[in-house]
Design a protein around this ligand. Structure first.
Ligand SMILES: C[S@@+](CC[C@H](N)C(=O)[O-])C[C@H]1O[C@@H](n2cnc3c(N)ncnc32)[C@H](O)[C@@H]1O
Length: 314
């Protein structure tokens, strides 16, 4: 389910950076003191703080993020935790190499809370939000070469339509791509506001209209963000790598926010289970309870899946 955009501003500012599904993560990932935990998406350190507290003096937390600004904030928030903490700027697609560089063979927990953080959405100059005008950027890792503006101004109409459909299931993808290609002839599309207006026009909806639960540009922005950051490609690499990195009994948990990212997680966990590598701890994905859904709108579309590593069959 996509988030009701009419509540987005107020609630996100109010909530700040509350980690989603904190109790469910703590119960199912169940970190013990002395373990080694990898948080592959440390963000603002919400889930990592929970892990670090449970790890105690002898545990080790390895925390990754592609976004150097979030890593710096996480470092500040995790200061004073008793366990050993290593914060590393890296894409989780490279987890195997990161652990090899650290001389770590096996870990007890791998965790990923996918997508963007509230800070990334809130800062207009990062260009993720159709609610705040800013440069059409959307790079979580600022060193990436291609921004969302590059995609919408360079891609052929058919490729752009396919990309929007593939990454968001937007039914009007062809219409949107056609109008983007028409409007960019009048001048390069460089801002979130201009793109949001073009998408709304393609859908025949006023961008100011509050009649619709979902902002008309929600799906197109999601599709571009996924493409800019190669989110599904990186997730696929993570899902492929983790079975070899988990110790016996190790847990792997993923929180996803839409079906485009939940599906590969579900399929990889089922495949691991059919190969005897994983025990699935969440027969159905775990969702937020009513009180969390009310307090933190971001939790409304969150789905947590967790598996436990079994011994390899002989
Ligand atoms: C939803 S936030 C995580 C929030 C965090 N769990 C917390 O409680 O504060 C997702 C974070 O993952 C990062 N990220 C997204 N894709 C990534 C990837 N492929 N590799 C590493 N970090 C990634 C984003 O930059 C963002 O900071």
């Amino acid at each position: 389910m996509l988030q009701d955009w009419r509540t987005l501003h107020v609630d996100q500012e109010f909530v700040g950076h509350t980690p989603v599904l904190p109790q469910q993560v703590a119960r199912l990932i169940s970190v013990s003191s002395g373990e080694t935990v990898v948080d592959t998406t440390v963000g603002l350190g919400g889930h990592s703080s929970l892990f670090a507290t449970a790890l105690g003096n002898d545990g080790r937390l390895i925390a990754l993020d592609v976004d150097p600004a979030n890593l710096a904030e996480a470092e500040r928030r995790l200061a004073g935790q008793p366990c050993r903490i290593q914060l590393i700027q890296s894409n989780f697609a490279c987890l195997r190499d990161v652990l090899a560089d650290l001389g770590v063979d096996r870990v007890d927990v791998v965790f990923a809370d996918l997508g963007v953080s509230s800070t990334q959405l809130d800062e207009s100059d990062r260009g993720f939000s159709f609610l705040r005008d800013g440069p059409l950027d959307m790079r979580m890792d600022p060193s990436l070469e291609t921004s969302a503006a590059d995609l919408v101004n360079r891609m052929k109409e058919k490729e752009l339509g396919d990309l929007i459909y593939r990454n968001s299931q937007e039914r009007a993808s062809r219409r949107i791509a056609r109008l983007i290609c028409l409007r960019r002839k009048e001048g390069r599309i460089t801002t979130t506001d201009r793109l949001a207006r073009i998408v709304a026009e393609a859908l025949g909806v006023s961008p100011e209209s509050r009649r619709h639960k979902i902002h008309p540009a929600t799906r197109t922005f999601q599709a571009l963000r996924i493409a800019v950051n190669d989110e599904i490609g990186a997730l696929g690499k993570l899902l492929d790598t983790v079975p070899d990195l988990l110790s016996l009994g190790g847990r792997f948990g993923v929180i996803s926010f839409h079906s485009i990212e939940d599906r590969p997680v579900k399929l990889a966990f089922r495949k691991g289970a059919s190969e005897g590598k994983y025990e699935i701890l969440t027969k159905k994905p775990v969702a937020a309870e009513e009180d969390e859904r009310l307090a933190n709108p971001r939790s409304r579309s969150a789905k947590l899946r967790v598996v436990r590593r079994l011994p390899d069959a002989r």
